[in-house]
Design a protein around this ligand. Structure first.
Ligand SMILES: CSC[C@H]1O[C@H](OP(=O)(O)O)[C@H](O)[C@@H]1O
Ligand SMILES: Nc1ncnc2[nH]cnc12
Length: 386
């Protein structure tokens, strides 16, 4: 239920490019139901139509879809304000980075997707562009939930990536706490990885293309090279202020949730692994299928168990993460500053990936496509496989 303060309240919708429109008035004692709210927004909607996907009470926010883009709405005490700014950049926070406190919070979204709800509500944060001073909206999602209640194999990566794409996101900076597999990568060092070795066990849903819609995207370079360059420059600009950065590295993504055995840890070192986590996959694969530029920033929290400094524990991981959290936030902030510059507009929109999945996913002949799979894929890529 949405409640309103005293006095008659006019509910109005304020949309960029549209005059403010009054769509309903309510008595102060009347709590507007989700259905009434839906009707009011439907009454307002733009000529190209659209439907309400979700209305969340409590947070005062709603998500409506008009054609292919989502509209973020924020319910104020006397008005419904619709923000039409598309959100192109997202940060996925991992262990110890469950929020970005230095940004202005504008909305909390709780979308649903054909793959269920994302791991956490999506916060829309405002970040001032360093060149224009205009606020750039950034989406923030907490990979393990708001309270770290999801184990690595329970993270709903398909829903996370799908919800972000539908919001307009085409660039993801993902943060991860990792174990170090190399002496030179000390605890609290940062690594901008360029490769992944998959040691997950196939128990996590890892593709959008199944059930009668087959697709094969390229994954030779699992991270986005151009995005990585921006991230490296930002990291190096903070060096000397407590940040130490390694420009490349191979992430071993293991299944977990138990840490590795010593034999495994040594084997991963012999593979050429630099760092180890439980989160790079399937996140990076799904981002690639969704045509989203994806780069992970890793922060080393321990030496894993190959090292003679002692076996890894959660206390060790959390302790180093906490001690270095401010550097992690400064690093992410510097990257967002840089990506908010006009000169990176094409990169942020991942123009270099646009359309690749249309071809990679068009392999199944129309008559062989599964109905449910077709519907789900159409939700994610409207118009791609009509
Ligand atoms: C708490 S130690 C293991 C845990 O930490 C990493 O999380 P994230 O990548 O989300 O920062 C690692 O992948 C494991 O999930
Ligand atoms: N040693 C380790 N193994 C797997 N994931 C980790 N995350 C942080 N440290 C880790």
């Amino acid at each position: 239920m949405f409640g309103f303060g005293s006095g008659y309240k006019t509910l109005s919708v304020d949309c960029l490019g549209c005059a403010v429109q009054s769509v309903a008035s309510v008595h102060p004692d009347h709590s507007v139901t989700a259905q009434e709210q839906r009707d009011m927004i439907t009454a307002f909607q733009r000529p190209n139509g659209g439907k309400i996907d979700e209305i969340e009470d409590g947070s005062g926010c709603f998500v409506a879809s008009a054609s292919s883009e989502w509209v973020l709405g924020v319910l104020k005490s006397s008005s419904i304000r619709t923000i039409n700014d598309p959100v192109h950049i997202a940060v996925i926070g991992g262990t110890g980075l469950q929020s970005l406190p230095h940004f202005t919070h504008v909305a909390t979204l709780k979308p649903s997707t054909p793959w269920g709800p994302p791991s956490s509500p999506i916060s829309i944060l405002h970040h001032p562009s360093p060149t224009t001073g205009h606020a750039i909206p950034i989406a923030f999602l907490s990979r393990h939930g708001l309270h770290h209640e999801l184990a690595p194999h329970e993270v709903s990566s398909r829903a996370n990536i799908a919800a972000l794409r539908r919001l307009g996101v085409r660039t993801i900076i993902a943060f991860s706490a990792v174990g170090s597999l190399q002496e030179a990568i000390k605890p609290r060092d940062f690594v901008v990885p360029d490769q992944i070795i998959d040691r997950t066990k196939g128990v996590r849903p890892f593709t959008y293309f199944e059930g009668g819609m087959v697709g094969h995207v390229g994954f030779a370079d699992p991270f986005d090279g151009a995005l990585a360059e921006v991230v490296r420059r930002c990291g190096h600009s903070l060096e000397g202020e407590g940040v130490r950065l390694h420009d490349t590295g191979t992430v071993i993504c293991m299944e977990g949730p138990q840490f590795s055995t010593r034999a495994e840890s040594n084997m991963y070192r012999s593979f050429g692994g630099s760092v180890i986590n439980m989160s790079a996959l399937p996140e990076a694969k799904l981002a690639r299928e969704a045509e989203i530029g994806y780069q992970m920033i890793c922060m080393s929290t321990d030496y894993d168990c190959w090292h003679d400094s002692g076996d890894v524990t959660v206390e060790m991981v959390m302790g180093n993460m906490k001690a270095n959290a401010e550097n992690a936030r400064r690093f992410v902030g510097a990257v967002l500053d840089e990506l908010s510059k006009e000169e990176h507009a094409e990169l942020v929109l991942a123009k270099h990936l646009e359309g690749q999945t249309r071809f990679a996913g068009g392999i199944t002949a129309k008559e062989g496509r599964g109905r449910e799979a077709k519907e789900k894929i159409a939700w994610l890529f409207p118009g791609y496989f009509d």
